[in-house]
Design a protein around this ligand. Structure first.
Ligand SMILES: NC(=O)C1=CN([C@@H]2O[C@H](COP(=O)(O)OP(=O)(O)OC[C@H]3O[C@@H](n4cnc5c(N)ncnc54)[C@H](O)[C@@H]3O)[C@@H](O)[C@H]2O)C=CC1
Ligand SMILES: CC(=O)C(=O)O
Ligand SMILES: [Mg+2]
Length: 473
């Protein structure tokens, strides 16, 4: 288990170091200030001075400032400059669009543009279904947000959401070869969002809704599913639910418990929490209790103004217990956090049933830090890349859309999602599975292919595939 530092915050220090300085002095200064060296590169080596770039993980900006000061205090070392690698990687944005056909002369131009393009336009006018063969539609997904529930940062608006949406688009491309584009809308109006997405839909083979807060996200997705003939998938709901289920399938094998027998406590009854709850119900879990910061445990006998809370209270909590999240933790086999940072404590973990499973999935900071929870839990997972067992929807959305696009699915339905979850879980073999390895790594190159295959099979079986890829005939 790693220390308090976060790999998501890395700085690079460029140092000029006099020859008489031992590197251990610098390493100690960094370590004592709470940093973790992750890479050392020599930029220049001279007789009197060596210039090195030192990459260091830091936990926050105070930690960064203290660390730089600490290195400055080492005699014979000059801090030439320092840069935040994360910001450097965002300079100018993270995406670009490239054309597939070179335009070198007038002849090329007359084919890709006017006059040649007119014949292609008319072919599409006569048969719009040809868009899947003659335009970018078949491989292009819109990543649509209104910036209201960005990670766990909340309603930070469309501009501030762009780095996440560009990141999602990058992941589509890097992992599944899908072209996608961030569409960050300057409106929170449900009806307006629905109309905008419907209006831009002709260009796209699928719509990935992202970081739209609940309860609006439910209506937006439902309406778009009904009114569009391309898959509409709210990633925070369904991508998260697929991955959470995959992790739980494997975690339960480790603790030798069955879905039917476990008690699961949810913190955060938003987009992700509700979808994960429904996914667990579909997988056979009977005892689910949900709690929120504002109203505590959701239970019958209370009138909730939020219709989703009312649905939740009516469909969960079989013993109709009341109280706080902390009260709900008594005898829970599994805790699933889709809320915010530090909402549970070690005392809460101590109340859980033997062999507790804790999925603290809030981003960027989980409901409890693994280094705090680890002594009290059997299986621990977070949404982050810098701890073992990363439960993040990135394990799902590239493969699920790859499958949906390849069979020109009209929808991504429950069977396709369940198939994706069991597919992801199956990648961890019986002889590999352990407390630190319940879910394949994001970099496991089998994930997209396995999910794609399972999703296409389920799409064909449920009649939503418009095209049967040749290997499935
Ligand atoms: N690991 C993963 O793959 C994913 C993680 N998430 C995380 O789950 C959380 C919720 O996301 P959504 O459901 O999309 O948002 P949402 O806005 O639909 O719902 C948020 C829910 O969390 C509760 N909440 C928010 N901040 C809280 C805090 N500080 N303490 C206690 N409760 C808090 C809210 O009351 C609400 O019930 C976020 O942290 C997000 O990063 C969401 C999707 C995927
Ligand atoms: C991973 C993700 O989609 C989120 O935290 O919102
Ligand atoms: Mg999200």
């Amino acid at each position: 288990m790693k220390s308090q530092t976060s790999g998501s915050y890395t700085i690079v220090l460029r140092l000029e170091i006099e020859q008489n300085v031992a590197f251990i002095e610098i390493a100690n200064a960094i370590h004592e200030a709470g940093g973790e060296i992750t890479a050392v590169d020599i930029v220049n080596s001279g007789k009197l001075l060596t210039t090195r770039d030192i990459t260091v993980s830091v936990s926050n900006s105070e930690n960064e400032a203290a660390l730089i000061e600490s290195v400055r205090n080492v005699a014979g070392v000059k801090v030439v400059n320092f840069s935040d690698r994360t910001f450097l990687m965002h300079l100018g944005g993270k995406l670009e669009i490239q054309s597939k056909v070179p335009i070198k002369n007038r002849d090329d131009l007359s084919h890709v543009y006017t006059p040649g393009v007119a014949r292609v336009c008319m072919a599409l006018h006569h048969d719009p279904a040809k868009a899947y063969s003659l335009t970018i539609k078949r491989n292009t997904v819109a990543v649509v947000t209104d910036g209201t529930a960005v990670l766990g940062l909340g309603d930070i608006g469309p501009i501030a959401s762009m780095p996440v949406m560009e990141g999602k688009a990058m992941l589509f491309k890097e992992m599944a070869g899908i072209d996608s584009f961030p569409i960050c809308l300057n409106t929170k109006n449900t009806e307006e969002i629905i109309q905008i997405v419907k209006s831009i839909a002709p260009v796209f083979g699928g719509i990935n809704l992202e970081d739209i807060s609940s309860p609006r996200c439910f209506e937006i997705e439902e309406r778009l599913k009904q009114e569009l003939d391309i898959p509409v998938f709210h990633d925070d709901q369904h991508g998260t639910a697929v991955v959470m289920l995959a992790g739980l399938i494997n975690a339960l094998k480790i603790v030798n418990k069955r879905m039917e027998d476990i008690k699961v406590v949810f913190s955060g009854i938003g987009a992700a929490g509700v979808a994960c709850t429904k996914m667990l119900m579909a997988a056979g879990v009977k005892h689910i209790v949900g709690a929120t910061r504002s109203v505590g445990i959701l239970h019958r006998g209370e009138n909730y103004s939020n219709p989703i809370f009312q649905w939740y209270a009516d469909h969960s909590n079989p013993d109709n217990v009341t109280g706080t999240l902390s009260d709900a933790m008594l005898d829970a086999d599994v805790f699933i956090g889709l809320s915010g940072p530090n909402v549970i404590s070690v005392e809460d973990l101590k109340k859980m049933a033997p062999d507790p499973i804790v999925f603290a999935m809030a981003n960027p900071n989980p409901e409890i830090l693994p280094e705090v929870a680890e002594p009290y839990v059997r299986v621990m997972a977070t949404g982050r890349s810098d701890y073992p067992n990363q439960l993040n929807n990135v394990l799902c959305f590239p493969g699920i859309f790859r499958g949906a696009l390849d069979c020109q699915a009209t929808a991504i339905n429950e069977k396709m999602k369940l198939a994706a979850a069991y597919g992801i879980a199956s990648i961890v073999q019986d002889d590999e599975r352990n407390e630190q390895y319940i879910i394949p790594s994001v970099f496991n190159n089998r994930i997209v292919e396995v999910v794609r295959k399972k999703v296409i099979e389920a799409a064909i079986e449920t009649g939503v595939a418009r095209k049967i890829p040749h290997e499935f005939v």
